[in-house]
Write a protein that binds this ligand. Structure first.
Ligand code: IPE
Ligand code: IPE
Ligand code: MG
Length: 236
């Protein structure tokens, strides 16, 4: 592997293409989501093996609530299964899990399982797996603006205290460094309301592979590509 001087700590992924993967095989979309959930486990293990410190996965967007009830139910069913069956493996691999997104939109049993997984993996320190669930970046930013405005209104801070650091701390991703690399599968080249603030200096990589076919080998190839890039941050 090429020398890693780009200090890759955090990979964010937009896991896209489950539906098209299934359609190509003449299967219902649900089959793509099911296979995609297996890929989540494979890529979590791979990221840990490759020494990545943070992996943030886009599992369900605020906009995805607009899909048919049948599809939302399928996705929530798979999520329940994942939450209920994954604790042992996360513990075994020393993975700390964290969820970002709007919890109010999710069913109570799901939120309870999320809380439980977070609590039971809180002391783990190999990989931090951050799952974006019912997540929308504009909603996250507006939420942060509200928090800052409330503090200023109460007089707890002055308007001049507001800076990048303080604002970052109001986001769901508090204490998580910005992604170094964003990968989107399935050939789409857009951000779809994901981590708009956090991606300010992230490197982007788009692959045509549908998420259910994504694997460790391709992840390694992408990491090699990332390591060969020059990150300039506005300097020369
Ligand atoms: C990604 O696959 C999973 C979610 C967005 C929940 P899609 O369901 O978007 O699959 P395509 O884009 O229709 O192929
Ligand atoms: C983005 O994929 C959201 C997730 C992967 C969870 P979508 O398939 O929802 O995005 P658009 O609609 O193609 O932009
Ligand atoms: Mg899609």
């Amino acid at each position: 592997m090429t020398e890693n001087n780009n200090n890759l700590q955090h990979i964010a992924i937009i896991m896209d293409g489950n539906g098209r993967w299934a359609k190509r095989r003449g299967l219902p979309r649900a089959a793509g989501h099911k296979k995609g959930a297996e890929t989540v486990k494979e890529i979590t293990r791979a990221a840990g093996d490759l020494g990545i410190k943070y992996l943030t996965l886009y599992a369900f967007s605020t906009e995805n609530w607009q899909r048919s009830k049948e599809e939302v139910d399928t996705l929530m069913g798979l999520l329940r299964e994942y939450l209920k069956s994954n604790l042992d493996e996360l513990k075994e691999n020393n993975v700390k899990i964290r969820f970002i997104g709007e919890r109010d939109m999710l069913d109570k049993d799901i939120v309870d399982s999320m809380d439980k997984l977070e609590a039971e993996t809180a002391a783990n320190d190999a990989l931090t797996l951050c799952i974006a669930l019912s997540y929308g970046s504009r909603q996250e930013i507006v939420g942060a603006v509200r928090k800052v405005a409330a503090l200023a209104k109460r007089g707890d801070i002055s308007v001049n205290d507001i800076d990048i650091r303080m604002f970052s701390d109001m986001l769901y991703t508090k204490d998580i460094p910005d992604p170094d690399l964003l990968i989107r599968t399935s050939g789409e080249q857009r951000v779809s309301n994901y981590l708009l603030w956090q991606l300010a200096y992230t490197e982007f990589y788009f692959t045509d592979t549908f998420w259910p076919d994504f694997n460790k080998k391709e992840l390694e190839t992408i990491i090699q590509n990332f390591n060969s890039r020059e990150r300039r941050y506005g300097k020369v």
